[in-house]
Design a protein around this ligand. Structure first.
Ligand SMILES: [Zn+2]
Ligand SMILES: [Zn+2]
Length: 317
């Protein structure tokens, strides 16, 4: 399974190509919580050595990590670069989604404390210009200077992973159950289509050139997980389309932050493929992640997670 044909240039699709697989997301999530060494990841997220070697090499090659000279014990340290650190707001949006919608993984930190205001916070996206909350229906899309067609490397496998976090994972981390949905690039691409206005099988297939069995599988999965609803819009012959449920709509903050990251790091010479306008104020949309209690932009140094046992987990960014 591969994307052999040209698809419309899209920052989300580019970002997912680089970091949108389950293990890369888990490695980055664990790095935000302080993991820096091969053995820490191997034990902490229950990843096999060969997969870890492969993903660390790729994340280093694309620029999310840099290797520091080995310490006295000869162990390699991987340091998050600015590019890697800038994925943190996206990770916060994954955490938010899980917090609101999933049955929580027992190891997942379940409270986020904003130290500046002293409140438990749910990170929220606002528009930098008008500072009001951003929802999908208030965002308009137009071709940007980087619009065009491109080829993207195919996902490694079209099969969904069935490994769960419990298999050997010991570290607290940002992702809960939703990693099973979001750690799959096809599932994310299918979801992203809905925010670009597509609802029908053929439209989604035409955009990404997904094979019919993979698309049918992902649509079924998203319906089963309560993120899409199938709706019949014509009876003779019967034709159906899919619409986002409130849970599905709540994926938008993740898509928005991935777009911002992809625009910044993966658009050649800053030429964004899509321009986003916030229709409530008419300004170009620059999404900011803020505390829902005090409206201040969340700085990783000003927040920490609390686990169920009230243990504080400070971020290492
Ligand atoms: Zn605005
Ligand atoms: Zn606050």
């Amino acid at each position: 399974m591969s994307i052999k044909k040209l698809i419309p240039a899209n920052s989300v699709a580019r970002a997912l190509t680089q970091v949108g697989d389950r293990w890369s997301l888990l490695i980055l999530g664990a790095a935000f919580c302080g993991m820096r060494r091969f053995d820490e990841w191997r034990k902490g997220i229950g990843i096999a050595s060969n997969i870890l070697t492969n993903r660390l090499a790729r994340l280093t090659r694309i620029g999310c990590f840099e290797k520091l000279p080995a310490n006295e014990g000869g162990r390699q340290i991987y340091h998050l670069t600015e590019m890697g650190r800038e994925l943190f707001p996206t990770a916060l949006m994954f955490w938010r989604f899980d917090r609101l919608w999933s049955q929580r993984h027992p190891l997942q930190p379940n409270t986020l404390l904003h130290m500046s205001c002293g409140q438990a916070t749910v990170p929220t996206i606002i528009c930098r210009h008008c500072r009001s909350g951003v929802v999908a229906r208030d965002v308009r899309y137009a071709d940007g200077p980087g619009a065009g067609m491109e080829r993207l490397p195919p996902p490694k496998s079209s099969r969904r992973s069935s490994i769960t976090l419990d298999d050997g994972a010991v570290a607290p981390m940002l992702f809960g159950d939703s990693i099973d949905l979001f750690g799959d690039r096809w599932t994310q691409l299918v979801l992203a289509s809905f925010f670009l206005g597509e609802r029908r099988y053929k439209e989604i297939q035409a955009r990404w050139h997904i094979s019919t069995n993979v698309l049918a599988d992902r649509l079924h999965l998203l319906v089963e997980n309560g993120m899409l609803q199938r709706r019949i819009y014509q009876t003779n012959p019967e034709r159906s389309e899919y619409v986002l449920t409130p849970k599905g709509m709540d994926v938008y903050p993740i898509i928005l932050m991935l777009t911002k990251w992809g625009d910044h790091w993966l658009a050649p010479k800053g030429a964004r493929p899509l321009l986003l306008t916030h229709t409530r104020c008419g300004a170009e949309l620059d999404p900011l992640v803020v505390c829902n209690c005090c409206d201040v932009e969340l700085d990783p140094h000003e927040i920490n997670f609390r686990t169920k046992t009230q243990e504080a987990l400070t971020l290492a960014l």
